[in-house]
Design a protein around this ligand. Structure first.
Ligand code: SAM
Length: 502
């Protein structure tokens, strides 16, 4: 009996072992086959074999796109995601979902319009290689810092030294600090004088001067980011701007200091002025805000430091001409700007970039290169598939200029999609998250239009997913009106998640 039991046990064990061995062997063979197909075989053979090997990949992609992509009620503030505000960043759960389901550790994940690096952070957390491009210097800095592990003790100590040293400088001769600003272009100085009170300027000059003297490049960038995060906030941080979140800043008319004393706009401070809360701002000390923001970021620094090493590549590059080899990327997850410059990134970003020595004139030149800009003079227009072409014509009939602006947007997105198709490995997916705009009352139907453009370039459309977002939460542009009827819907906004396969 006992013998029989042992025989049975060992038979079961053998079967179990055999099945494990078989499944590992199967996985090994499949993985090697995939690698081989990725790298060496002629395309026609790849396409044929892929149908069989990647049946599950294709189905998985479709399934993900048809699933819940709203991520309502999830926490997006973990790791380094909350180091710096950024308009229209997507929830980390979104790239994470596609990265975990469609790639393996060591695979290359690209965001060609990386913004604040949400895709890259999720890529490195999942041990993938994150590649990001952008033309915006602040976006690249944020993405770099958010994916670079640092020693939390060193960060804490250096932060303390910076704020201590800045306070010492503020007790000294202010002329030493004003001298820094004297070297800036007159336009840059005018910009700073309009948007920042003199005392705020002095504190910011002291902080930026001390940060600039940090020799370690990673620490230097980290503290530049903390510095920037005290200016670029939903409410405009320590500047006089009231509305940086929507990137259409308005200067406050009534200004209070931290003790409640009116510094400017006394005549408007009357009991029966209903507009008072909408035109006032209470200023806080940049050095104090710097300490607060650093303290807040330390949890993220600790979490990131556990990764020890991350593999990311960041390049200042136009997504219409990516500096990447063909067939080199395993997955793309990106969210391009909206049509018609609905979010003017540079309008907000210059509030902190000027303190790092960027002249306002140079920033203006970068602004013209953003996809979806409003100038159309020297733009190369592309031919478009029927559907987007029809929308462009309709908008053009209503307003010639707007029609050209929309044509610019779809032309630029066509070049971006062409580059995405070139760099992606055959059989792999590109996920594009985008919302529609309304131009002269006409919905630009951006999701469907980009799907058609992508297909005309050789992509296979898997599915267009829809996600609903809280406009306030994602810092959406205030002026991007959409005709929505109910109260709740007015605050909600629809985005499309276009999934392609190469
Ligand atoms: C909606 S944001 C991306 C947000 C990002 N998904 C995140 O979570 O932070 C769009 C980005 O596209 C960038 N962009 C605009 N035109 C570009 C171009 N021609 N080449 C590369 N990036 C560009 C902008 O600078 C901005 O950072």
């Amino acid at each position: 009996m006992i013998l029989h039991y042992f025989q049975l046990e060992s038979k079961l064990a053998n079967e179990c072992l055999l099945s494990i061995l078989f499944s590992s062997l199967y996985n090994l063979v499949m993985a090697s086959l995939e690698r081989l197909l990725d790298s060496q075989l002629p395309f026609s053979f790849v396409a044929k074999k892929r149908d069989w090997i990647d049946a599950s990949y294709t189905e998985r992609l479709k399934h993900l796109l048809q699933g819940d992509l709203d991520f309502q009620g999830t926490n997006g503030a973990y790791a380094s995601h909350n180091f710096h505000a950024f308009p229209a960043k997507f929830p980390p759960q979104l790239p994470s979902l596609f990265i975990k389901q469609l790639t393996q550790p060591g695979d290359v994940v690209l965001d060609p319009m990386v913004g604040s690096g949400t895709t890259l952070v999720e890529a490195v957390l999942a041990k993938r290689i994150g590649v990001g491009c952008d033309i915006d210097p602040l976006a690249l800095m944020i993405s770099k810092v958010k994916t670079t592990p640092l020693d939390p003790m060193l960060v804490g100590k250096t932060g303390y030294r910076i704020s201590h040293h800045a306070q010492q400088l503020l007790k000294g001769n202010p002329h030493d600090l004003w001298r820094i600003k004297a070297a800036w272009t007159p336009k840059t100085r005018d910009f700073v004088d309009y948007w920042f009170m003199p005392q705020t300027q002095l504190e910011l000059l002291a902080l930026s001067h001390v940060i600039d003297r940090l020799e370690d490049a990673s620490l230097h960038q980290f503290f530049q980011l903390i510095f920037s995060s005290i200016i670029i906030t939903k409410s405009g941080g320590v500047s006089l701007a009231r509305d940086l979140a929507h990137t259409r800043p308005h200067r406050a008319k009534v200004i209070y200091d931290a003790s409640g004393e009116v510094l400017e706009g006394m005549a408007l401070v009357t009991k029966n002025n209903p507009r008072l809360p909408h035109i006032s701002k209470t200023l806080s000390s940049p050095v104090k805000e710097f300490d607060k923001r650093l303290h807040k970021a330390l949890d993220g620094v600790r979490l990131l430091s556990r990764l020890k090493e991350t593999q990311t590549i960041l390049a200042r590059a136009n997504a219409q001409a990516l500096p990447l080899a063909s067939d080199s990327v395993d997955l793309i997850v990106t969210s391009p700007p909206y049509a018609s410059n609905a979010i003017d990134y540079m309008r907000a970003h210059k509030f902190s970039l000027v303190w790092f020595g960027y002249p306002i004139e140079a920033l203006g030149r970068v602004r013209r290169k953003y996809v979806g800009g409003e100038t159309t003079g020297d733009i190369r227009f592309e031919s478009l598939p029927d559907y987007p072409s029809k929308i462009v014509q309709e908008v053009h009939r209503l307003d010639e200029k707007k029609g050209r602006v929309l044509h610019r947007y779809y032309s630029e997105m066509k070049r971006v999609l062409k580059e995405m198709h070139r760099v992606l490995k055959p059989g792999k997916a590109a996920i594009i998250v985008v919302g529609s705009s309304v131009m002269r009352g006409r919905d630009t139907e951006t999701g469907r239009s980009l799907a058609d453009i992508g297909e005309s370039l050789g992509f296979t459309l898997s599915h267009i997913g829809v996600r609903y977002i809280d406009r306030d939460k994602r810092m959406m542009p205030a002026g991007n009106r959409i005709d929505l009827s109910s109260q709740i819907q007015r605050r909600m906004h629809r985005e499309f998640v276009v999934g392609f396969l190469k």
